[in-house]
Write a protein that binds this ligand. Structure first.
Ligand code: ATP
Length: 281
């Protein structure tokens, strides 16, 4: 594996009894990418990420993360990875600063805890006990703990669930800053707009498989059929076409001028996403 590949997965499988949670996933994520795993509940996102983090054994396939097999990689490898789990829990009695300083001490090259506190927007709460934080603030502590070790690769499992819209925007800004600093980010999310806002590429998972992969715009638009609509005396008409320019030209010639009520709509990422996961439900 070249040094510019952060994650490479081939034929990955994991079963729980009769459930194929991960059912043959192939993925390649380059260093420096922000990559999103998108999918409905039970799609296999968390299981996939936990295998990549070395927290879960796979039943089949190969996985390489920063050049090592996460199933057998050691402490040095672990220190190069940052993890923000879906449900993190840290002791309620310590303050924000104490908690972050405590975890910083586990790493060979930690960031300065106060710098991390600033970065995640918790400067005003640095002296507050964890038990007094709001849900969104506690989530920022989780993120702080994920980055305090100066990871090369950061896994974020549904990082903004429970955030208000403003907190979500601020969090996106933080992820962009980390990505600009060269950190590879793999995030799972239910939020399409989050994947669209952050990820250079995304994979849509459903039923333990990758059902689409690519840039958000490619998944949302290009190659998908565009709908051309117009008004007729008998009511509204529409056609779906892969060549909308030609369809509009043909229509203009037929009508002999302006087309009444002309609309040309590309499917959004959301339309495509719902179609993709709907097919598998
Ligand atoms: P969500 O968006 O709800 O977090 P997900 O995409 O992360 O979902 P997973 O948590 O990976 O999905 O679950 C995939 C499938 O595996 C689900 O059907 C789930 O019920 C099952 N599963 C996950 N963990 C276990 C477990 N420890 N024991 C048994 N089944 C499990």
């Amino acid at each position: 594996m070249g040094n510019d590949t952060a994650v490479r997965v081939s034929g990955l499988r994991k079963r729980y009894g009769d459930t194929a949670a991960v059912d043959g996933i192939d993925l390649e994520i380059a260093c420096g990418e922000v990559f999103a795993l998108l999918g409905p509940n039970g799609a296999g996102k968390t299981t996939t990420v936990e295998i990549l983090e070395g927290f879960r054994r796979r039943d089949g396939g190969t996985a390489e993360v920063l050049g090592e097999d996460p199933g057998s990689a050691g402490r040095l490898w672990r220190a190069r990875i940052g993890i923000v789990l879906q449900f993190a829990s840290v002791g309620p009695e310590l303050t924000v600063r104490e908690t972050i300083a405590h975890f910083a001490a586990f790493y060979p090259r930690p960031r300065d805890p106060d710098e991390v506190i600033e970065l995640v927007g918790l400067a005003e709460k640095a002296g507050a006990r964890i038990s007094t934080l709001s849900g969104g603030q506690a989530r920022r502590v989780d993120v702080a703990l994920g980055i305090v070790g100066r990871p090369e690769l950061l896994f974020l499992d549904e990082p903004t669930t429970g955030f208000d819209p403003q907190a979500r925007r601020q969090f996106w800004e933080l992820i962009r800053q980390l990505a600009d600093g060269g950190v590879t980010v793999v995030l799972t999310t239910h939020y399409l707009e989050e994947a669209e806002a952050l990820a250079g590429r995304l994979a849509v998972l459903a039923g333990g498989r990758v059902v689409a992969i690519g840039e958000p715009s490619a998944i949302g638009g290009a190659g998908r059929r565009t709908r051309v609509g117009w008004d007729t005396p008998a009511g509204r008409r529409s056609v779906q076409t892969a060549t909308p320019t030609q369809a509009v030209g043909d229509l203009a010639r037929q009508i002999g001028g302006e087309i009444p009520g002309l609309t040309v709509t590309r499917p959004t990422l959301e339309d495509t996403y719902l179609e993709l996961i709907g097919d598998r439900r």
